[in-house]
Design a protein around this ligand. Structure first.
Ligand code: FAD
Length: 353
């Protein structure tokens, strides 16, 4: 039997919850479907030592400030999970956990959403499925012949799992730097390989400034002014305390990217070789959009062209939270609120016509 909802939000992480908050405020009837069996989105799957790059109050969703913890400036992922679980409950958001959307189809004036728990029919869909379920691994020669263990950021938990191992961490972004720091501070034999020398943001720059910079860039582009380069122009790595500590201790020396993996390690262009048991690929993510494939909306670089959050080729579909292409800083806790508000307003207008 097909279930009916005016709006279906696919994904119940922070982006899906922020959408729910604003839809509720506008009196729109909606249901949230979330593949995870518990609240918290991707935050429930990250590594133990992960710290937010902004203080709690600057990591808040609309309506409810994230509470701080005494003596802790940058909250850990567990704190975010608790906050999101509380948010879901406090606003009585109708989230069905453990339900995965598999395909979205046009169905006359509505959209039909196939899930692993039956079909839904909705007048509009918000896709807020994040990127965590689509880890990206680059095509590096020798990846198939390396006999050690290879894992992506998504599978890393704690240094103790690598005791006695020789680990190569690949990637010069925040995940690479934080995981390299985590391992190095625990005394694990570490080689850190980055495509270009690590670019640290100044120590006093955290998520608050990044949000302002991303917003200013969007505004400049919208008004036809020159591209300031946004957050990327400041650097790649937020110097959160563990990264700072490892760097200060001289433990975060990066090597250039190796040219290939061998059966037992990695080899560089200058002929040097490092023996390794494990390679951790901190090489990013892609948006999880497979469920939208039947709509045929895909543009370049795997993205779906949007105007704001609205899919350019399907006005009943909004995309929320994947990155700046769906709203400035919309892939952050503090940034997604504004994009969610705009999406909810547009959907309310659409439903009233
Ligand atoms: P997610 O949290 O991934 O939630 C998506 C939800 O959709 C999940 O619950 C999933 O189960 C569900 N889902 C997926 N596919 C389907 C489907 N087909 N059907 C139904 N449900 C589905 N941001 C900050 O603001 N501050 C930080 O300090 C910060 N640090 C970060 C550190 C790391 C390592 C990473 C990767 C990101 C960080 N971010 C940070 C960015 C961002 O806040 C997170 O990535 C956040 O999890 C994105 O939220 P989301 O709701 O868009 O996606």
């Amino acid at each position: 039997m097909t279930q009916i909802s005016d709006v279906l939000v696919v994904g119940g992480g922070q982006a899906g919850l922020a959408a729910g908050y604003h839809l509720r405020r506008l009196g729109v009837e909606f249901t949230v479907l979330d593949a995870d069996t518990a609240p918290g989105g991707a935050w429930q799957h990250t590594w133990d030592s992960l710290r937010l790059f902004s203080p709690a109050a600057y990591s808040s969703l609309p309506g409810r400030i994230m509470p701080g913890r005494p003596g802790e400036t940058y909250p850990d992922a567990g704190h975010v999970v608790d906050y999101l679980a509380d948010y879901e409950k406090r606003y009585e958001l109708p989230v069905q956990h453990g339900v995965r959307a598999q395909a979205v189809h046009r169905d006359g004036g509505r959209l039909r959403v196939e899930t692993d728990a039956g079909d839904w029919s909705a007048r509009a869909v918000v896709s807020a499925t994040g990127t965590w379920s689509r880890p990206f691994l680059p095509a590096v020669p020798g990846r198939d012949i390396f006999t050690g263990r290879q894992l992506h950021t998504v599978a890393y938990r704690r240094p103790a799992d690598f005791a006695g191992r020789r680990v190569v961490v690949v990637g010069g972004g925040n995940s690479g730097a934080q995981i390299a720091a985590d391992l190095a501070l625990a005394g694990i034999d570490l080689t850190w390989a980055t495509q270009r020398p690590p670019r640290y943001l100044a120590d006093d720059i955290d998520g608050r400034i990044l949000f302002d910079v991303a917003t200013a860039r969007r505004r400049a582009l919208d008004e036809g002014r020159a591209d300031s380069g946004g957050v990327a122009s400041l650097g790649d790595i937020v110097a959160v305390p563990p990264v700072r500590a490892a760097r200060a201790a001289g433990l975060l020396a990066a090597r250039p990217m190796f040219t290939r993996l061998t059966a037992t390690g990695a080899t560089w262009a200058d002929g040097s070789h490092v023996e390794a048991d494990t390679v951790i690929w901190c090489t990013g993510f892609r948006p999880a959009l497979a469920h939208l494939a039947p709509l045929g909306l895909r543009g370049t670089r795997g993205h779906i062209p949007t105007e704001g959050t609205q899919a350019a080729g399907e006005p009943r579909l909004h995309l929320l939270g994947y990155g700046d292409w769906t709203g400035p800083a919309s892939a952050t806790l503090i940034g997604v609120g504004r994009a969610a508000r705009d999406a909810a307003r547009q959907i309310a207008r659409l439903l009233s016509t």
